[in-house]
Design a binder for this molecule. Structure first.
Ligand code: ATP
Length: 348
C-alpha cells in the first residue's frame, strides 16, 4: 500500500509518501524505522513577528501543489509498473485542528488528487497524528501520550475507542507561548530553537510554575519572563528558567498520568519535543519509575506529512475513509472527537 499524506495546519506545507504492506501496518516492529517514509516540506517563514494566518495561507497555496507533485514523482519512481494505474492507493490530509484558511487549501488539494486518481480520501486529526507516529514506531501498546506542539499541549491516554484528554493547557499552546516570549526579545520565528541554544549558557531564574490538577497554564510564565528581561535579567538566564519551569510542568503532569492510569509507556509528540532538555527530563522521569519512553526522530516531531500518511494508511486499512461531500475541514478538531478505527492498543 502506498499513501500520500498532505499536511498544512499552519506553517508546514508538506507532502509525504508512506509505503507499507498489511503486516507492517499491523506489526509496527516490522517498520521500526522511518526510512520508508518520503517527506517533502516547504516551511513558511514570517518576515517578522509570528505566524500570520493570511500569509501562511498564501504560502500554503503556492507551496502545496509543488510538494504534492514532488511526492507523487517519488511514488511514480517507486511504482514504475503502475504507469497505467494510480501511483498511490489513498490520499490522507490533515483535517484539523489548525488555521482555517490553510486547512481549506489542504482539503481542496487532497480532494483534487483523490479524484484525479480515483482513490480513497482519508481525513486525519493532526493532534492524533502527532501521537500515533510515536506509538507506531515505538510499538508501544498503551502509552500515555504527551503532545508538546506549537498551538497545543495535551496529555492523553486511550480508552474505550477514543483518546482521552487527561490534562491540557488552560491558555496558549506550549510552543506558541515560547514564541511569544522570543518575539518580545526581538528574535525571529520560530523561537524554540533559540531558547534552547541560549538556555545552555544561562543560569536558572525562578518563574511562576502553574499546574492545576492535570492542567497547565503558560501565560503567566510568559508575562513574568518578558518582565524579567525588561528588568535587565540576562536573556540566557530567562531562557534557562523558561525551559526548566515549562518542561518540569509537562513532566509532572505526564508522570501523574502514568501513575493514575498505571501505564508504563510514554510517547512524546509535537515540535517542542525536538528540545533535548524536555526529552532528557521525560526520559529521566520514566527511568525513575520503571517506565519506557519514546520520542520519534525530529522530522516526525515537528509538523510533517509523514505522520499524516502513516496514520492515514492505518485508517485506510481499517476502512475509515471519507466521501467528498463529508470531507470538510474542522479547525477546532479535538483529539477526543476521533473515533479510533485502527489498532490503538489496549485501553489504559
Ligand atoms: P500544532 O502542531 O499544535 O498545530 P504547530 O503547527 O505550531 O502546532 P509544531 O511543528 O508541532 O507546530 O511545533 C512548532 C513549535 O515548536 C514552535 O512553537 C517552535 O518554536 C517549537 N520548537 C521547535 N524547536 C524547538 C526546540 N528545539 N525547543 C523548543 N521548542 C521548539
Amino acid at each position: 500500500m502506498r499513501v500520500l499524506g498532505i499536511e498544512g495546519t499552519a506553517w508546514a506545507a508538506s507532502a509525504a509518501i508512506f509505503e507499507a504492506d498489511e503486516s507492517e501496518l499491523r506489526d509496527p516492529s516490522a517498520a521500526a524505522s522511518g526510512d520508508h517514509v518520503f517527506i517533502e516540506t516547504d516551511a513558511y517563514q514570517p518576515d517578522s513577528g509570528g505566524i500570520h494566518p493570511r500569509e501562511a495561507a498564501e504560502h500554503m497555496g503556492e507551496a502545496i501543489p509543488k510538494v504534492v507533485e514532488r511526492a507523487l514523482d517519488h511514488a511514480r519512481e517507486r511504482a514504475p509498473d503502475t504507469e497505467t494505474g494510480p501511483p498511490i492507493d489513498a490520499v490522507a490530509f490533515s483535517r484539523g485542528p489548525g488555521l482555517g484558511p490553510c486547512l481549506r487549501i489542504v482539503g481542496t488539494a487532497a480532494r483534487a488528487v483523490a479524484q484525479r486518481f480515483d482513490v480513497a480520501l482519508v481525513g486525519v486529526n493532526h493532534m492524533v497524528a502527532h501521537l500515533e507516529v510515536g506509538r507506531y514506531f515505538s510499538g508501544f501498546s498503551s502509552p500515555i501520550c504527551l503532545n508538546a506542539s506549537g498551538a497545543n499541549a495535551h496529555v492523553l491516554g486511550y480508552r474505550s475507542g477514543r483518546y482521552r484528554v487527561l490534562g491540557e493547557t488552560m491558555d496558549t499552546g506550549v510552543g506558541n507561548a515560547i514564541d511569544k516570549f522570543t518575539r518580545h526579545v526581538g528574535w525571529s520565528h520560530p523561537g524554540g530553537p533559540k531558547v534552547e541554544d541560549h538556555a545552555t549558557r544561562g543560569t536558572y531564574v525562578d518563574l511562576p510554575y502553574v499546574v492545576k490538577g492535570m492542567d497547565f497554564s503558560f501565560s503567566g510564565i510568559m508575562s513574568a519572563a518578558k518582565q524579567a528581561t525588561d528588568r535587565g535579567t540576562p536573556v540566557e538566564d530567562v531562557c534557562r528558567g523558561l525551559e526548566e519551569t515549562i518542561f518540569a510542568m509537562l513532566t509532572e503532569v505526564a508522570e501523574r498520568a502514568l501513575s493514575l492510569t498505571d501505564a508504563d509507556e510514554l510517547v512524546l509528540g509535537g515540535g517542542v519535543g525536538q528540545n533535548e532538555r524536555l526529552r532528557s527530563m521525560l526520559a529521566e522521569m520514566c527511568t525513575q519509575r520503571g517506565a519506557e519512553f519514546y520520542a520519534p526522530e525530529p522530522r516526525f516531531l515537528r509538523d510533517n506529512a509523514g505522520m499524516i500518511a502513516i496514520l492515514g494508511a492505518r485508517m485506510y486499512a481499517a476502512g475509515d475513509t471519507l466521501s467528498i461531500p463529508d470531507s470538510g475541514i474542522d479547525s477546532d478538531f479535538r483529539p477526543d472527537q476521533v473515533e479510533v478505527t485502527w489498532d490503538a492498543g489496549e485501553p489504559v
